[in-house]
Design a protein around this ligand. Structure first.
Ligand code: ADP
Ligand code: MG
Length: 326
């Protein structure tokens, strides 16, 4: 049997690639003590970090290619929520052991998504973990100076919008955890859980149109709550307008609410825009190839209200996932 791969050979084999031609912004990538980045004047770099921990964020049985995709996707989603274009990323890996088949699939899944978004792996760190895999990715993206979408800009009278469909990832997780074979009509939900698509094109298209934005990582109500808090406003959301897939609509009403309102991992964009700019929002979304749905309005109440089809108040209690709360 071949000797196990050492740390430096592992980095060289799975995580070192030449910087593509024409990428003067990445002056130096993997291989030295630091990467050297060379942003252009007039732009700001948006930077974000997310960690995935085995048995907390993913099951040990996960497909390693999907894991590589997701570790980068959740970070790219933060760039999307800022309206930033991906430029490069850093990867810190802690592994209990070296399994080359796993590394091959993991790096393949990760680089396929990275290449689709022209995001260059510029550095990282590789260590042994005592227990379980831990993956930390830091992404950097560019945005023209002053044009980043923030959580803090929502104004009373704005519409509240969301891209795509909500709740499928949480539905997919419930199916996976149920252990039974996933029915054919729900496979797309599991795919949403395992291979989320960051809404980069939409985020960029919404610059100068959206007043505030966030990506839905922890659940609609919780993430909308972050916009309301940072913007010091309230909102009224109509449950019957919350976009759900046909497969989710076939589930019990209580499950639909739980998954679409408080379920995480959808990585859609949730944003606000002035009611007078609906046409621009729709053109931006069409240009990015995404469906967007207006689900409510920003109010002056300071509270998040959820109403049913008859305008009756609904419970907003189970809001979102929190790592340190039961
Ligand atoms: P240092 O000793 O300075 O921490 P390392 O020996 O950890 O440097 O890493 C050597 C080079 O390989 C550095 O350029 C670092 O950014 C890069 N690197 C280490 N691990 C990874 C990884 N998992 N993915 C990408 N680059 C990595
Ligand atoms: Mg190191």
């Amino acid at each position: 049997m071949a000797a196990p791969l050492g740390e430096f050979d592992l980095i060289a084999r799975y995580f070192t690639r030449p910087v593509p031609a024409g990428r003067g912004d990445i002056a130096l990538a993997v291989g030295d003590d630091c990467a050297l980045l060379d942003p252009s004047p007039g732009e700001q770099w948006a930077v974000s970090t997310d960690t995935l921990v085995e048995s907390v964020h993913f099951l040990p049985s996960v497909d390693p290619a999907a894991l590589g995709h997701k570790a980068l996707a959740v970070n790219l989603s933060d760039l999307a929520a800022c309206g930033a274009e991906p430029r490069c990323f850093f990867l810190a890996l802690a592994l209990p052991k070296v399994d080359e088949a796993v590394l091959e699939a993991f790096s393949g899944g990760m680089f396929a998504l990275a290449d689709a978004h022209r995001c260059v792996l510029a550095g990282g760190d590789t260590t042994r973990s005592a227990q379980g895999v831990v993956i930390t990715v830091t992404v950097m993206g560019r945005v023209p100076r002053g044009q980043a979408l923030l959580r803090s800009g929502a104004q009373p009278g704005d519409d509240v919008w969301v891209s795509g469909m909500l709740g499928d990832a949480a539905f997919g997780l419930a199916l996976r955890q149920g252990g039974a074979p996933v029915p054919a009509d729900a496979r797309a939900a599991v795919e949403r859980l395992e291979r989320p698509q960051p809404q980069i094109g939409l985020g960029v298209a919404l610059r100068g149109v959206a007043t505030a934005a966030i990506d839905v990582s922890d659940g609609l109500l919780g993430d909308l709550g972050h916009i309301l808090e940072r913007s010091a406003v309230g909102a009224r959301v109509e449950w019957n307008r919350v976009p759900r897939s046909d497969a989710l609509r076939r589930q019990a009403e209580a499950d639909q609410r739980r998954f679409a309102l408080a379920g995480g991992d959808d990585y859609e964009l949730l944003f606000t825009a002035p009611a007078g700019r609906r046409g621009e929002v729709e053109r931006a979304a069409a240009g990015a190839g995404m469906a967007v749905t207006c689900i409510g309005a920003v109010t002056t109440t300071g509270r998040l209200e959820l109403v049913d089809a008859d305008g009756r108040a609904m419970d907003t209690a189970p809001r979102a996932f929190d790592h340190f709360r039961p």
